[in-house]
Design a protein around this ligand. Structure first.
Ligand code: NAD
Length: 273
């Protein structure tokens, strides 16, 4: 149990990984605010957790809706300790040449604009409270591995990784830890929709996964809860030790740099662009 109940905001928490995460935090004694596009389901889920918890309809792509939801959560609980940027949608079926601009924009908006707006509003609160805060973003293996037919989704998740690093170095010394989890395939409505569209080869996924199966939402919820906990305090973006200095380029060993054809491996004084 958490010593003092924290307030945990989770976007897209009416279903899948978000809902499992809401249940995980509530079981640990925290007060959960469930935000979801599906307002009735958000309210129903909060009621299932108990009266200390709150469910709110919120489209994370709308600035006004995000501001109103964060203000309502703060008014209800008086504090804001953890934000989990989980709301997400998959790519439209088909390849890049058939992708519509609207569908591409929608994927980027939900994942990137949504995570930015939520982080900005919660960051404004967390920077001004003594206990600081923690933000956990949902990336994906697709951020580092190319998957056919996942153009917008891949761009969005790589963007989430970049945004996580930027916020981690901007806020790390001001009391807000920012991390991301990057799950492989997890059996949720999002994955079942891809499967129904015929854009997922379940047998191939099972075959190349060491455990021979997809993950469960509860397993991802456990990782998120750890990164948001006091036990995960030395984790910034990933790894332990207070986080590698993400605002400086990695210093390469001269021999390894030469082998890779890197001519000037000295860290620049400027931020990497
Ligand atoms: N399932 C996987 O295999 C997998 C793998 C890696 C990463 N992820 C990421 O994990 C997160 C959760 O995925 P999931 O599989 O649980 O999906 P899901 O479809 O089961 O749940 C997503 C939830 O987000 C909500 N949502 C969608 N758009 C929203 C918006 N604009 N504003 C507010 N809420 C919105 C939906 O209503 C839904 O309740 C996503 O960011 C996804 O990209 C999932």
């Amino acid at each position: 149990m958490s010593p003092t109940p924290r307030t945990v905001l989770i976007t897209g928490a009416a279903d899948g990984i978000g809902w499992a995460t809401a249940q995980r935090f509530a079981a640990g004694g925290d007060r959960v605010v469930i935000l979801d596009l599906r307002d009735e389901l958000a309210l129903q889920r909060a009621a299932e957790l108990g009266e200390a918890h709150l469910g709110l309809g919120c489209d994370v792509t709308h600035e006004g809706a995000v501001q109103a939801a964060v203000a309502q959560a703060l008014a209800h609980t008086g504090r804001l300790d953890v934000l989990v940027n989980n709301a997400g949608i998959g790519d439209q079926p088909g390849g890049t040449v058939d992708q519509s601009v609207d569908a591409f924009d929608r994927v980027l908006n939900v994942h990137l604009r949504g995570s930015f707006l939520m982080s900005r509003e919660c960051g404004r609160v967390m920077l001004n409270q003594e206990q600081g805060g923690a933000i956990v973003n949902l990336a994906s293996i697709v951020a580092s591995a190319g998957i056919p037919g996942r153009n917008a989704y891949g761009a969005a998740k790589a963007g989430i990784v970049g945004m996580t690093k930027a916020m981690a170095v901007e806020w790390g010394q001001r009391g807000i830890r920012v991390n991301a989890v990057a799950p492989g395939y997890v059996r949720t409505a999002l994955v079942e929709k891809l499967q129904a569209q015929g854009s997922l080869n379940t047998d191939a996924i099972h075959a190349r996964t060491p455990m021979g199966r997809m993950g469960t939402p509860a397993e991802i919820a456990e990782a998120i809860a750890f990164l948001a906990s006091a036990a995960g305090q030395l984790h910034h973006r990933r790894g332990a030790g207070g986080g590698r200095r993400l605002d400086r380029p990695r210093r390469r060993h001269p021999l390894r740099a030469a082998r890779r054809g890197v001519v000037n491996s000295r860290p620049s004084k400027d931020l990497p662009c």
